[in-house]
Design a protein around this ligand. Structure first.
Ligand code: BG6
Length: 648
């Protein structure tokens, strides 16, 4: 039995209760809540005394609601096929009533329906209310729930509140007041779905259960931390919401600050919810307050223009997205430098970055350790060791933890090479894929608030980003759109770190590498071995990367920018862009470079040294042969090529 199923079978069904979903005819119910409930039902983590009562605007009966969910679960189920037996168990417990939020009678009827549904299954009078509604209705709905008697029900009472939790500090405070007027803090469960992710929860496990890192976890040993959450999707159907929101409110104020809190907080004395939540809030309180005047130096904003999606199809500019203002000043990308003034970190910088329509989907946290220069002097003439070790938390889509280190290369000389130690969730656990909402619903049914945000956390998080919002509202961007959809975001984000003598660690993952024609067929194991071998290289516009005729031995992956390949006669053979790969001919066939490659715009590249590549793939002879076959195909113009060029 896998470790995960052993752990799951040890967990008991949650406490009995009725889950009341306000806004049940909306997207959240079918996309996330029902699949999560079904997963819990399959893992026998829902109690017999469980029922769901939905209320929404769509007029339908309970039977029609069940039918609708039965259809939708086939689309949104996360486990391949729907377990018919467990679904019918769950479906028989679903109830629905139509109602408007301003209708007092509707809430009285809702109360009766909840009482009846609860009595039928033996829910013990416990109620878990879920506000899957726009925050504009929070105050009204809370008044109605209170008047209908939900705040005075006999059993346990809890209310789950979805984000966005306010749109700035003032509105968040007002929202908190309107909730606290009806519910005590202990009954309020503010959701941040990132806390439902296994890899985010693992940050806490990593900190608390792996003592070897504890002595290093401070500003003396850690130079800085980078937290990136990048998405390839644009705003899709959510233009109306997004245009009022922007990435700082949508991602940074909540998801990124939650992750930062886990990584940087003091280890709590216990896993008691109050201890964990105190530690997180204290960490946020120790973030140096930005002044509006600091924003220009510490923050970068971006908005995407037209470009290409990851699959090569055309992507429209943000301003041309449905329901977006054609003159919109809303940021779809932001990078922010914060400093943590805790005793532990003494002003250490943390760089946060998030955006839509970027080249890669991936959430990673990179902890950059300081190099031990005394120990490495003379050991590594190439200087790689002077970069210091990296600890990378892969949050998604790859789930794992990785240490980037230096190792001695096999052979008679004492030379170093980058190497990686990697823990991959998929190798260690056979966890069924979930929505992330399973653990949140399970915890809320059991009255465990650890994974939910307390008033102080939410308000301090707003305090941190408020100067950024204010500064950007006061000075509309003059350069929007300032990045091409499908690229790495605005150049200024690189400059932000370059001014500090640092650079973003662009973490390649298997998905990204496998999108290039050269690596598309390579097995995951080979890709895993290659990933840590890439090192970053920044090039200025006009800078040459390879020269025709040169006998060098490196391959290149383009993260950002455009390069041109120039033939022997000086003519342009083609343009290389983000996500493309070149240079393998020299490495595989020991040939001089066939063309010169020069940066047209500033570029960020990842370089793979030929020796490292050969050493890694030589352990996999069949794969090595396949690489040569692909490269031959590219050379003859028959094989896959990103550029349509033979490899330069
Ligand atoms: C949501 C944001 O909170 O998180 C979305 O509103 C964003 O805009 C999403 O796409 C990202 O979540 P995940 O789990 O896909 O990283």
């Amino acid at each position: 039995m896998s470790s995960r199923s052993a752990a799951t079978s040890a967990a008991k069904p949650a406490a009995p209760g009725v889950l009341v979903i306000l806004g049940a005819s909306g997207d959240l119910t079918k996309r996330l809540l029902m699949p999560a409930l079904l997963n819990l039902a399959c893992d026998r983590l829902l109690p017999d005394g469980f029922a769901v009562v939905g209320m929404g605007r769509d007029v339908m009966t309970s039977e029609e609601f069940r039918e609708r969910q039965r259809g939708d679960i086939r689309t949104f189920c996360t486990r391949g096929t729907v377990d018919a037996d467990r679904w019918s168990w769950l479906e028989s417990r679903l109830h629905y009533m139509a109602g408007e939020f301003d209708d007092v009678d509707a809430f009285a009827r809702l109360k009766r329906l909840v009482d009846d549904a609860g009595a039928e299954v033996g829910a013990g009078g416990n109620t878990l209310l879920y506000l899957a509604i726009s925050p504009d209705f929070f105050a009204l709905v809370n008044r109605q729930l209170d008047a209908a008697g939900f705040t005075r029900m006999e059993g346990s009472r809890r209310i789950i509140v979805e984000k966005p939790f306010g749109r700035d500090l003032d509105s968040a405070r007002a929202l908190n007041q309107s909730l606290l007027a009806h519910w005590p803090e202990e009954e309020i469960y503010r959701i941040d779905h990132y806390l439902g992710k296994e890899t985010v929860q693992n940050l806490l496990a990593f900190r608390l259960a792996n003592g070897m890192f504890a002595p290093l976890w401070n500003g003396r040993h850690i130079d800085h931390i980078q937290i990136s959450a990048t998405e390839t999707v644009g705003v899709e159907t959510r233009g109306g919401y997004y245009d009022r929101t922007g990435v700082v409110r949508d991602m940074i104020q909540n998801h990124l600050l939650q992750m930062m809190a886990y990584v940087c907080m003091e280890p709590p004395a216990s896993l008691d919810p109050a201890a964990v939540r105190d530690a997180k809030s204290e960490l946020l309180a120790s973030v140096r307050q930005l002044e509006e005047g600091d924003v220009a130096d510490a923050c970068v904003r971006g908005q995407y223009g037209a470009g290409k999606k990851a699959d090569g199809s055309a992507a429209v500019a943000y301003r041309a997205e449905p329901a977006v203002d054609p003159q919109s000043n809303t940021e779809t990308f932001a990078a922010i430098r914060l400093h943590i003034d805790s005793d532990r970190f003494q002003g250490m910088p943390v760089y946060l970055r998030s955006g839509k329509s970027l080249w890669k989907r991936g959430t990673e946290i990179v902890v950059q350790f300081r190099p031990d220069t005394a120990a490495t002097t003379g050991v590594d003439p190439a200087g790689g060791a002077a970069e210091g070790n990296l600890l990378v938390f892969h949050i998604q889509p790859f789930q794992g933890v990785e240490i980037r280190m230096q190792a001695k290369r096999p052979g008679p000389l004492f030379t170093l090479q980058r190497a990686g130690m990697r823990f991959d969730y998929a190798d260690a656990f056979d966890a069924a894929r979930g929505t992330g909402y399973e653990v949140l619903l399970y915890s809320a049914l059991n009255g465990d608030p650890t994974l939910f945000s307390r008033t102080d956390f939410v308000e301090t998080a707003w305090e941190i980003v408020q100067p950024v919002l204010d500064a950007w509202a006061a000075t509309p961007a003059t350069d929007f759109p300032n990045y091409v959809a499908g690229t790495w975001g605005p150049r200024a984000a690189s400059d932000l770190l370059a001014r500090d003598g640092r650079h973003w660690h662009e973490i390649l993952n298997r998905d990204v590498l496998a999108r290039t024609a050269f690596f598309a067929e390579a097995p995951a194991l080979v890709l895993n071995n290659l990933l840590p071998a890439f090192r970053p290289l920044a090039a200025e516009a006009g800078e040459g990367i390879v020269a025709a005729g040169a006998h060098d031995d490196e391959m290149y992956f383009v993260c950002r920018g455009e390069l041109e390949a120039i033939g022997g006669d000086g003519s342009r053979l083609g343009v290389l862009r983000e996500g493309e790969f070149f240079g393998e001919m020299a490495v595989l066939f020991d040939q001089p470079r066939a063309a010169t490659v020069r940066a047209i715009t500033p570029c960020d590249l990842l370089v793979l040294d030929g020796d490292e590549f050969r050493r890694i793939v030589n352990d996999f002879p069949a794969v090595a042969a396949e690489f040569r076959r692909i490269a031959e195909g590219r050379r003859s113009g028959e094989g896959p090529s990103e550029t349509g060029l033979a490899d330069p």
